[in-house]
Write a protein that binds this ligand. Structure first.
Ligand code: 5GP
Ligand code: MN
Length: 321
């Protein structure tokens, strides 16, 4: 028995209503893993509904976006509900109410901080991404990547996104083996890398400039803030922030990096990244979650206030451990 042995096929056999949800503010791994699982269940003759807050424009080329459900949630009572790439129930956002009404719930995830909130929890904090876990589960149930390039591309996109292009620390031998199988399935690796990691819009480049202009550094922590006016002034939204915090982390002086963006009049979201020092505990202590070296949290306060608070905690950790 491995953690990937499962009863998914049996559990969905008689299910009429199946919902698959990812985390709020969905990233490439959430969209890739959810759509791959949805397409797989569709191929098995099911009609799954994908519950995602949005499918950001840059992921619109992913396969299976037609399975996205954009209607009201109040009538949905699924027989089976899959929460994918979600570390805790709150991260489901509005889909949480649908989760509560489901007959059977699954959580498929790779966050170290996962609370195990479903009936069946398939959690592997050593996996590179939720997409990698979804691949393993489908493979156990007869999925052949060589026969389905659309699903293969979604999985590959999710892995590329969450590993930053096979660079982050949970990228293992198995991640590369899976990538090899997906390449055999006809995935266009070059196009996916470009679109998922490198292509940006002109407004995003403008915002990048402002973020770099606002950049500060304190004792190994490089950080920056963006107000709503700065984000909207560039014609951007909170979906246009990819790459900023990673750029700050890659600076030679950075041990950690923080991007704090205002999300409402009273709250700001922090994205925290680290080269080596684990930062998940600090972020969890503030009510957030994530991975050892990449985590996030939304806190009360202005972007500047939230940045000051988090940076002080990280500096303390760097200095005193
Ligand atoms: P990001 O900073 O890119 O939004 O997220 C980094 C990692 O932390 C991702 O794995 C994401 O799922 C997780 N994360 C971000 N914000 C939150 C949050 O508010 N709560 C929890 N539990 N996890 C978060
Ligand atoms: Mn993920």
């Amino acid at each position: 028995m491995t953690m990937y042995d499962n009863n998914i096929l049996k559990d969905i056999e008689n299910a009429e209503e199946i919902c698959i949800a990812g985390h709020i503010n969905p990233d490439g791994d959430a969209v890739g893993s959810v759509l791959a699982l949805a397409l797989y269940l569709k191929r098995l003759g099911k009609t799954p509904r994908v519950l995602l807050e949005s499918i950001p424009a840059r992921f619109a080329f992913f396969g299976g976006t037609q399975l996205w459900y954009n209607g009201a949630y109040d009538g949905l009572v699924p027989d089976v509900f899959f929460a994918v790439d979600c570390g805790d129930k709150a991260r489901l956002g509005n889909a949480g109410e649908v989760f509560d009404r489901a007959g059977l719930t699954y959580c498929i995830d790779h966050h170290r901080t996962n609370t195990g909130f479903a009936d069946v929890n398939i959690i592997n904090a050593n996996a590179s991404s939720a997409s990698e876990i979804v691949f393993e589960l489908m493979k156990k149930n007869g999925f052949d990547p060589e026969k389905d390039s659309e699903i293969a591309a979604d999985i590959y996109s999710g892995i590329v996104f969450d590993t930053g292009g096979f660079r982050h620390n949970c990228t293992g031998r198995r991640t590369h083996e899976i990538a090899g199988m997906l390449v055999d399935g006809g995935v266009d690796t070059s196009v996916i890398h470009s679109r998922v990691l490198f292509e940006h819009t002109y407004p995003q480049a403008k915002l990048f400039g402002i973020a770099l202009g606002n950049m500060k550094h304190l004792d190994g922590v490089t950080y920056t803030t963006l107000t709503t006016a700065e984000i909207e002034g560039c014609g951007c939204t909170s979906e246009d922030l990819d790459g900023i915090v990673d750029y700050l982390l890659n600076l030679d002086i950075s041990e950690c990096a923080v991007l704090v963006t205002q999300r409402s009049e009273t709250a700001a979201k922090a994205s925290v990244r680290s080269k080596k020092i684990p930062i998940a505990d600090i972020v969890v202590s503030l009510g957030g979650g994530g991975h050892a070296l990449a985590a996030g949290v939304t806190c009360d306060g202005s972007a500047a206030e939230v940045a000051e608070k988090i940076v002080a905690l990280i500096v303390k950790e760097i200095k005193h451990g």
